[in-house]
Write a protein that binds this ligand. Structure first.
Ligand code: GLN
Length: 498
């Protein structure tokens, strides 16, 4: 039973993979245990579609391989959740939208295929913010996910799991899956990981193929793993990453052995602390946890250096121009002709069909992004907004390049707050956007960045610390993450109330 220490659903990626390989339990037993947890947690609304049979089929294949003495793969026997932004052949891929409700892809995304090839199985498709636009999961057409964590104030306020990968984060925290895929355009792996007390890494832009992932903002979108600890993230990222000729921005570099090279030793490493991230009125507990993280890394042998990222305050405005601009272009394909929904009013012409389909198929936040994006790309405003934002983006990337001359990794909070209550931010989109303030700079610069759990705030909610690394240095990020993980000893978990 979940709650007891011997439960299979308490195990992470590495323990399941190694346990299946050693014959301690079968892959089918593992899949059955997670399938049962998924079925019992529908109130959390983490899965849009559960695929228990797919999980069992993959597990049977692994058990059969083991019986024949064949290698089981990096993720052999590990059932995972798949964010419903990845195209999965024959299984609904909705991007949590009405537009793509019932869309059954004819093909499999490169990343999901790599995971199946590595021996993983699919528990189902996870809920998210619609088209990955949001920070709370409240823009999903299928209803919001509920964070399994609750405040310790005795109230039962339902909290946001973060977004957009909020189904992934909540499902992992609630032991419905040991790991899940996420995507991160401006924080969507890191912020939900922080809100739910789990780990997640956005690799360097280009590490994971974008092919078959529903596009939001193509120059920012990156897939990455979310799991309960750093080692599990390293294992899963190895399975997900790699060059793909089908994605023109895919990195043509070998995939490093992140798992085998993991080390929490920070001796000789310099950790940069960006002074511009210490903002006025910063949440006291967030500031404290950041100081604690600095002390931990120092204890692990690191030298702490003060760094400056002077253009930080322009990152959020630049992101909210670049991302909607690209989104408005990417989402133009949903016109009622080629994909998903078609709304064809009686006697309507082609233009009417486009308009009716898009009006019915997109939610309010998606429409807001399309409007902003179309505006900033329009002839009269292109230079004033889009070109300016691209220049700012370059300056932000230069800030980081300069900073990495004097440090190896950067430590910062993942988000300015712990999980907020559902509904608390929806009336003011700007306050919601502000929640991405620490996540967005690394996205604009294409850098690897990870969130690891660092402790609880005074309300009993998890807080995350973010490690940002130089281009291609996922290893440095994972190592510093492991150092924090060892020091934080974060073993608390949400009480099972669902
Ligand atoms: N919350 C940010 C947004 O709404 C980031 C989303 C993401 O990374 N997919 O755009």
């Amino acid at each position: 039973m979940p709650g007891s220490t011997t439960s299979l659903t308490d195990l992470g990626v590495r323990s399941i993979r190694d346990g299946v390989a050693a014959g301690d339990f079968s892959a089918v037993e593992v899949a059955e245990a997670f399938n049962a947890n998924v079925a019992a947690a529908s109130v959390l609304n983490t899965f849009i579609v559960a695929t228990p049979d797919a999980a069992l089929d993959a597990a049977r294949a692994i058990d059969a391989k083991r019986a024949k003495g064949e290698p089981l793969g990096k993720m052999g026997g590990v059932p995972i959740g798949m964010k419903d932004l990845f195209a999965t052949k024959g299984v609904q891929t909705s991007a949590a939208s009405h537009m793509l409700e019932n869309f059954l892809p004819e093909y499999e995304s490169t990343v999901s295929q790599k995971l199946w090839d590595a021996g993983a199985g699919m528990l189902g498709k996870l809920n998210l913010d619609q088209f990955a636009m949001g920070s709370s999961n409240e823009t999903s057409y299928f209803g919001n996910v509920i964070n399994p964590w609750r405040r310790n104030d005795g109230g039962n306020a339902a909290l946001a799991p973060g977004g957009s990968s909020g189904g992934s984060s909540a499902a992992i925290a609630a032991r419905l899956c040991p790991a899940a895929t996420g995507t991160d355009t401006g924080g969507s792996i890191r912020q939900p990981a922080a809100f739910t007390g789990i780990s997640g890494i956005k690799p360097t832009y280009g590490r994971c193929s974008r092919w078959g992932i529903v596009a939001f903002a193509s120059s920012l979108d990156q897939a990455g793993p979310m799991a309960r600890d750093v080692t599990d993230c390293a294992i899963m990222l190895e399975a997900m990453a790699g060059f793909d000729p089908k994605d023109s921005t895919s990195l043509d570099m070998p995939v490093p052995q992140w798992e085998a090279n993991l080390s929490p030793d920070m001796k000789g490493k310099r950790v940069g602390v960006p002074r511009e991230y210490r903002m006025d009125g910063m949440d006291e507990d967030v500031a404290k946890s950041w100081d604690q993280g600095i002390a931990w890394l120092k204890d692990a042998g690191a030298e702490i250096v003060d760094i400056s990222l002077p253009h930080t305050r322009y990152a959020l405005p630049a992101y909210y121009i670049v991302a909607p601009a690209e989104a408005s272009s990417n989402l133009a394909r949903y016109d009622g002709v080629r994909y998903g929904l078609r709304d064809l009013p009686e006697g309507a012409g082609l233009q009417d069909m486009y308009a009716a389909t898009r009006a019915a198929g997109f939610g309010a936040e998606v429409k807001r992004r399309i409007l902003i994006g179309t505006y900033v790309l329009s002839a009269g405003f292109y230079d004033a907004y889009y070109t300016q934002a691209q220049k700012v983006r370059t300056l932000i990337a230069r800030d980081f390049a300069k900073a990495f001359e004097s440090c190896d990794v950067i430590l910062a909070p993942t988000a300015p707050t712990a999980a907020f209550a559902l509904g608390e931010m929806t009336s003011d989109p700007l306050s919601m956007y502000l929640n991405d303030v620490f996540a967005v700079p690394a996205s604009l610069a294409g850098l690897p960045a990870m969130s690891v759990p660092a402790g609880l705030n005074r309300e009993g909610l998890p807080l995350g610390l973010q490690i940002i690394g130089n281009m291609f240095d996922e290893q440095g990020v994972l190592d510093a993450g492991l150092a924090i993980e060892r020091a934080a000893e974060f073993v608390v978990r949400p009480d099972r109330w669902w």
